[in-house]
Write a protein that binds this ligand. Structure first.
Ligand SMILES: Cc1cc2nc3c(=O)[nH]c(=O)nc-3n(C[C@H](O)[C@H](O)[C@H](O)COP(=O)(O)O)c2cc1C
Length: 324
């Protein structure tokens, strides 16, 4: 057993968390992760309305009696979703763990505190982590440059960002971005992390509700299989490398591209078709560099059990021998 302040905080068996994933974080995956002794996290905005989120929380409860959380990604958009109503749905359904991301959770902290909700805030810099600590979150997920989705603009990989955050903060920190297996879990613990948060690795599991083609292509990927888009717009996103993300990078390379020029290519609904129909060149989809480390498609239980027991073997075996 690997016990940390994060396993204690969330009442979970293993220091492993499945990060919120748009169009992936449904009840089947989340309950399988939680049943495996890790922390599954539903993605609020994958549900079209707050009422649907309430139903998805209920569906998850039917499949697990273990702790799980809900991700609330708060991004400034032209027509923002009703974030406040989603937050109300979360607390109303009695969920006690929330992963916030995208921007400061400050506007929601009074509500979450009133309902005894523990907040783990995901951010990509030490300064934002310190800010989140000051508004009362219980833990931080620090998202390194390797991560799927939005790595921020500082380009600091987990190897440096995680120990920087762990040393600067009083609350516990989970490493995120690039983690996938026992080796990287042990590394995270050595770097001062008290858990790992994974997205990409959990996509390639039996219970992830995405098309088999997506999972299969992940097992063939290597460390050069992602693209960074929106660099020129200062809103970097790491996605899987395919003909669509290659086109976006190409358009951006002119240096004068505007969002309008790539808007149709990057539409969220096109990416959703990739996940649902398995048409791998239909749109863009998030993936981290850790996709290189995906070699198989196990169940969540097989993956988490193997990860934790191999981590214990590394600590008790290889590392002990080095010391001797
Ligand atoms: C397909 C996909 C969708 C994601 N969607 C979200 C999201 O909606 N909100 C969020 O906070 N993070 C999102 N993430 C990021 C993950 O929660 C996690 O931070 C990231 O995957 C960690 O890096 P890794 O992929 O190397 O494990 C997404 C990741 C993936 C792979």
């Amino acid at each position: 057993m690997l016990k940390t302040r994060i396993t204690e905080l969330f009442g979970i068996k293993h220091p492993v968390i499945q990060g919120g994933m748009q169009w992936v974080g449904y009840a089947e995956l989340v309950s399988a992760v939680s049943n495996a002794g890790a922390l599954g996290i539903l993605t609020a905005l994958t549900q079209p309305t707050p009422e649907d989120l309430t139903k998805e929380i209920e569906r998850t409860r039917e499949m697990t009696d273990q702790p799980f959380g809900v991700n609330l990604t708060i991004l400034p958009t032209i027509t923002p979703p009703p974030y406040e109503e989603y937050a109300q749905a979360i607390v109303g359904a009695g969920v006690k763990i929330v992963e916030t991301a995208g921007r400061s959770p400050a506007p929601f902290m009074d509500l979450f505190k009133a309902y005894d909700v523990k907040v783990i805030h995901k951010c990509t810099s030490v300064r934002h982590a310190l800010k989140a600590q000051s508004v009362g979150v219980s833990a931080i997920t620090i998202d390194g440059f390797e991560c799927a989705g939005h790595p921020g603009e500082d380009d600091i990989p987990s190897l440096v960002l995680l120990p920087q955050a762990a040393e600067a903060l009083e609350i516990p920190v989970a490493g995120c971005g690039g983690f996938s297996d026992a080796k990287s879990l042990v590394a995270a613990l050595a770097l001062g992390g008290e858990a790992i948060v994974m997205g990409t690795r959990f996509m390639a599991t039996k219970e992830a509700g995405i098309h088999q083609n997506v999972k299969d292509i992940m097992t063939e990927a290597d460390e050069r299989s992602t693209n960074l888009m929106f660099r020129t717009m200062h809103n970097t996103a790491r996605v899987f490398k395919n003909s669509i993300s290659d086109q976006v990078v190409e358009i951006e390379s002119t240096g004068t591209a505007k969002f309008e020029d790539v808007k149709d290519l990057v539409a969220g609904q096109r990416g959703r078709v990739v996940f649902e129909k398995g048409d791998m060149e239909h749109g863009i989809w998030s993936a981290g560099i850790s996709v290189a480390r995906v070699k198989d498609i196990p169940t969540c239980d097989e993956m988490v059990s193997r990860l934790v027991s191999d981590a214990e073997d590394i600590i008790d075996g290889r590392l002990q021998k080095l010391k001797a």
